[in-house]
Ligand binder design. Structure first.
Ligand SMILES: *[C@@H]1O[C@H](CO)[C@@H](O)[C@H](O)[C@H]1NC(C)=O
Ligand SMILES: *[C@@H]1O[C@H](CO)[C@@H](O)[C@H](O)[C@H]1NC(C)=O
Ligand SMILES: *[C@@H]1O[C@H](CO)[C@@H](O)[C@H](O)[C@H]1NC(C)=O
Length: 396
């Protein structure tokens, strides 16, 4: 019987060290083993960085583990490249400092130069923005200093962000720059409707990005995509309050980086300032924004449901007689329905010197129920066509 006992022990050992598909399980780097304190008062930045360094140097799969509890965390950057893949599991609540001296960095939690990263866990990122928003003077001061973005991904590829909550970011919740092949799913991002510049997800110079199953309620764009955003798929996002899903503002910098291949599908906007919007500066540098589809969209009491604005200059308006040099073409708005809180429900204002080309309006059914109705649409310098139901009609 001794022999079979040994076989059982061996078998148990084998089962405990291999997962079902025979892979070696990841090595765990639990931050509490490094001395992390979950009392919400002691800064854990150095401890988290120590765990990161060990995980990043481990040849194989690492799992950084942040258990339940509230961890005060100062500004940190988790920098690669790493020797293996990293799963960053946040079960607890990470709390940003409120000390004003730490406000003006560009990042609260950064991930940089990484391949094969997963950030997940169902935990919460609390940016504690309410004490900081009053220092945001970017509406009045062009030299304003930026508050930190909650989570920044720079030069990250083949990676996933899933099942996270972010509340009261000081600036954007998530920012992607120079990223490739990333999926973002099941995230919930919230900040008050009047909090400044709290974009949900801001994307630039990045391609092959998927965003799905997200609930975003914030003070600025739910999702914004600027120069160099290419091959972006957005679906099942509910947005509101917020400023909608925006492409732009384009044409002020990085003009050589075109915007191409943006698909927004199956999204709902509730009480937002805008629904789907493309905006460019005027005047602007030359670039092209093309191949954009907005399809199966529900608008609930949205102020400006469908917008192309090539005269976008938020502070003080565009110079008189200026025109945008961003060429917009191949844009489809299809199956867009619901209600608007203002009369002009489709407003396509393109550039006089470079009119929008091949714009399609397909099955539009948008109602305005307030005084001065019914709804109307406006198109200027747009070359395109309309198909199917058009309520209101008369634009293309
Ligand atoms: C993203 O999701 C798609 C399925 O929608 C999958 O094929 C792809 O491998 C995922 N990419 C990453 C980096 O996880
Ligand atoms: C988003 O909201 C919907 C409906 O309110 C809810 O069913 C869903 O679970 C939410 N998703 C997340 C990721 O919070
Ligand atoms: C959008 O919804 C339609 C109808 O429910 C579904 O067939 C389609 O696959 C969805 N598309 C995306 C990109 O989620």
């Amino acid at each position: 019987m001794k022999c079979s006992f040994e076989i059982v022990v061996l078998l148990l050992f084998f089962l405990s060290t291999t997962s079902v598909n025979g892979e070696i399980p990841p090595k765990i780097f639990d931050v509490t083993m490094y001395g992390a304190v979950a009392n919400g008062e002691i800064d854990n930045a150095q401890v988290f960085l120590k765990a990161w360094t060990d995980a990043c140097n481990y040849v194989g799969r690492s799992r950084i583990w942040i258990p339940k509890g509230t961890y005060l965390l100062g500004s940190v950057s988790f920098i690669g490249p790493c020797k293996g893949s990293i799963i960053f599991v946040i079960k607890g609540i990470l709390k940003a400092p409120t000390d004003p001296s730490t406000f003006f960095t560009d990042t609260w939690i950064g991930f940089r130069y990484l391949d094969d990263l997963v950030v997940k866990g169902g935990g919460v990122l609390n940016g504690q923005g309410s004490s900081a928003w009053k220092y945001n003077d970017c509406q009045r001061n062009p030299q304003c200093k930026n508050l930190p973005v909650t989570m920044r991904f720079d030069f990250v590829k083949n990676s996933r962000i899933q099942s996270l909550k972010s509340i009261n970011s000081k600036n954007s919740h998530f920012n992607l720059f120079a990223c490739y092949n990333m999926n973002i799913s099941h995230v919930k991002l919230t900040a008050p409707a009047d909090s400044p510049n709290t974009d949900g997800i801001h994307i630039g110079t990045s391609s092959k990005i998927k965003i799905l199953h997200a609930n975003i309620s914030t003070g600025d764009d739910c999702i914004s995509m600027v120069a160099g955003s290419q091959n972006i798929e957005i679906s099942d996002v509910s947005c509101g309050p917020g400023h909608g899903i925006s492409i732009g503002s384009l044409g002020r910098s990085l003009a050589q980086q075109h915007v191409k291949g943006i698909n927004v599908r199956n999204c709902t906007f509730t009480n937002t300032d805008n629904g789907v919007r493309i905006k460019t500066w005027s005047p602007s540098l030359y670039s092209v924004a093309s191949d954009m589809t907005f399809e199966n969209i529900i608008m609930n009491n949205v102020r400006n449901p469908v917008v192309i604005d090539q005269q976008y200059c938020p502070a003080g308006g565009c110079p008189v007689e200026s025109e945008s040099s961003v060429q917009i073409n191949d844009v489809t708005f299809s199956n867009i329905r619901g209600t608007s809180s203002t009369k002009v429900v489709v407003n396509l204002l393109c550039s006089r010197i470079l009119p929008c080309k091949n714009v399609k309006l397909i099955d539009i059914n948008l109602a305005y129920l307030g005084p001065g109705g019914p709804a109307t649409s406006m198109c200027s310098h747009v070359i395109g066509s309309s198909h199917g139901k058009q309520i209101p009609g008369g634009c293309l």
